[in-house]
Design a binder for this molecule. Structure first.
Ligand SMILES: *[C@@H]1O[C@H](CO)[C@@H](O)[C@H](O)[C@H]1NC(C)=O
Ligand SMILES: *[C@@H]1O[C@H](CO)[C@@H](O)[C@H](O)[C@H]1NC(C)=O
Ligand SMILES: *[C@@H]1O[C@H](CO)[C@@H](O)[C@H](O)[C@H]1NC(C)=O
Ligand SMILES: *[C@@H]1O[C@H](CO)[C@@H](O)[C@H](O)[C@H]1NC(C)=O
Ligand SMILES: *[C@@H]1O[C@H](CO)[C@@H](O)[C@H](O)[C@H]1NC(C)=O
Ligand SMILES: *[C@@H]1O[C@H](CO)[C@@H](O)[C@H](O)[C@H]1NC(C)=O
Length: 455
């Protein structure tokens, strides 16, 4: 038998090569929006906008995007953690606010008048006024502004939160606190309220029996969206925004065009420009200038596109190549690899690192060596192996022996303690491995050696 080991890789016949040259000329995007649509991992949609003129004018100048989105109020810059456009809520976090785990210096939460109307804290955001003086209005005249927050108490807050324990420790009493809503802090500053600190808790509806360590601290704002015809604009492919001078609604259609209501399609504006489906020969003989078309695209596998829309076509160019008849098959059949002489550029059959041939590889590329084949004498080995034993021989008599375990050999096959032949176990030694890890060394078959000449 001929060995086909060669230092070269096997020869494969490749007749079709597909090159996908993606989008050779990119069409200018005609609906480019002038408005950014996200900041960090927060999506920005109407009524919000980052760029001036984007979104609803009521929210103008309230947002900054550095690496994250920030919401600015007169009392600070709050990091926006998430916006739920369906529920119309936005969760912000005041990094200067005290929470269960950190006590921060006294400060207020203040919104502009318009913010208080269009994006106030939601009803399920609780403001907790802490370390209040006994003269505080919320303990006296405005007592009814504080409510029973699912049975939670000041003691519980001062007891479970490391940050608030200090209020209790310094006076060795329990300073009053008050669970209230945004309206209280909207009309009264912390100074008037006479409490040194506040914290806010969101999703307060389900906190009965849940301790302050597990509350979510932050402020959930709920926003309203004015009806301005945004849907009509968005439906026409535009982005809702406003004229930065008149602050009137504007439908932003492209970087170069705004509309008052909705975007007109380009075809409506300019009519449908002619186009032409053709083959390679057309563009081979005429440049795009001569053809007087501004763009082209190419589609492959065009035979089966009847009824299939352009969105599902495969764009690219499929090249087909031809292979000259050079006697490559004969060379490959002799174990060589087809190539060419780099100087004469004539065909060359590359046979080994040390030799090339003009047609096919010769004796120099044969594999030298002697292949031995052996015969196995019939000794009943299969019967022994079938019973889980390993075929061997008695080292003294040199007669056949079935090696069953470290402590037992048999003349024919292995039997268990009840005298039954062990169930066939295949040809491995699982029975011994489990018994004690003893695995017989190679079975000393009698081996006959014969020579087989190479072809
Ligand atoms: C369209 O409106 C946006 C936002 O107001 C503005 O930045 C842009 O200059 C306007 N473009 C045109 C062409 O008027
Ligand atoms: C955000 O912009 C406002 C002005 O619109 C500015 O006063 C504020 O400092 C800015 N905040 C950040 C964090 O850049
Ligand atoms: C708690 O309030 C009292 C005044 O009522 C104030 O002296 C004290 O410093 C406050 N505690 C903390 C930790 O700010
Ligand atoms: C607060 O409400 C809880 C039930 O949620 C009630 O058990 C508790 O007595 C109330 N506390 C006060 C002071 O009214
Ligand atoms: C065989 O041909 C290859 C490719 O032309 C060349 O690189 C190599 O040097 C040649 N070997 C000999 C021994 O001529
Ligand atoms: C079984 O046979 C092997 C190989 O001849 C020998 O080494 C071993 O001592 C024998 N075991 C017993 C229990 O006779």
């Amino acid at each position: 038998m001929q060995s086909t080991l060669t230092p070269y890789t096997p020869f494969f016949k490749l007749r079709i090569l597909t090159l996908l040259l993606l989008q050779l000329q990119i069409l200018p995007t005609l609906t480019l929006s002038p408005c950014r649509t996200s900041c960090g991992n927060v999506a920005i949609k109407y009524p919000f906008g980052l760029d001036d003129g984007c979104g609803a004018p009521q929210f103008r100048h309230m947002f900054n995007c550095t690496t994250d989105l920030f919401f600015t109020t007169p009392s600070g810059v709050y990091k926006v953690q998430s916006i739920d456009y369906d529920k119309k809520t936005m969760v912000v976090y005041d990094p200067a606010m005290s929470t269960c785990s950190i006590l921060q210096p006294h400060h207020d939460f203040v919104m502009t008048d318009i913010q208080s109307v269009i994006i106030p804290p939601s009803p399920d955001t609780i403001f907790v006024l802490l370390n209040c003086s006994i003269d505080s209005p919320v303990l006296n005249h405005y007592k009814n502004l504080c409510f029973n927050f699912s049975g939670h108490s000041c003691d519980e807050l001062y007891g479970s939160c490391n940050a608030f324990r200090l209020f209790h420790l310094l006076t060795n009493s329990t300073p009053p606190c008050c669970f209230t809503g945004y309206d209280t802090v909207k009309y009264m500053s912390m100074n008037i309220l006479d409490c040194t600190h506040y914290t806010t808790v969101i999703n307060s509806d389900n906190l009965k029996g849940i301790g302050p360590l597990d509350w979510v601290y932050g402020i959930k704002l709920s926003f309203t969206v004015a009806e301005t015809g945004c849907e009509r604009c968005a439906g026409s492919g535009g982005t809702c925004g406003f004229d930065t001078e008149t602050v009137g609604f504007s439908c932003l259609c492209s970087t170069s065009m705004n509309a008052t209501r909705e975007c007109e399609s380009l075809f409506q504006l300019f009519g449908t420009p002619p186009c032409c489906f053709t083959g390679y020969d057309t563009v081979k003989y005429m440049s795009m200038n001569i053809l007087d078309c501004t763009h082209y695209t190419t589609v492959i596998n065009s035979d089966n596109l009847k009824g299939i829309g352009p969105l599902d076509w495969v764009y690219g160019i499929k090249l087909s190549f031809t292979v000259a008849e050079t006697g490559c098959e004969r060379c490959a059949g002799s174990g060589g690899t087809c190539g060419f002489d780099t100087e004469t550029v004539g065909f060359s059959c590359l046979c080994s690192t040390s030799m090339n041939a003009t047609r096919e590889c010769g004796p120099l590329d044969w594999v030298y060596g002697i292949k031995l084949s052996f015969t196995v004498a019939e000794t009943g080995c299969e019967r022994c192996a079938g019973s889980g034993g390993t075929c061997g021989f008695d080292t003294e008599t040199v007669g056949f022996s079935c090696l069953c375990s470290t402590s037992m050999n048999a003349t024919r096959e292995c039997v268990d303690s009840n005298g039954f032949v062990a169930a066939a176990r295949g040809e491995d030694e699982r029975g011994f491995g489990g018994a004690g890890g003893w695995v017989p060394s190679e079975a000393p078959y009698s081996v006959g050696v014969a020579f087989e000449s190479l072809e």
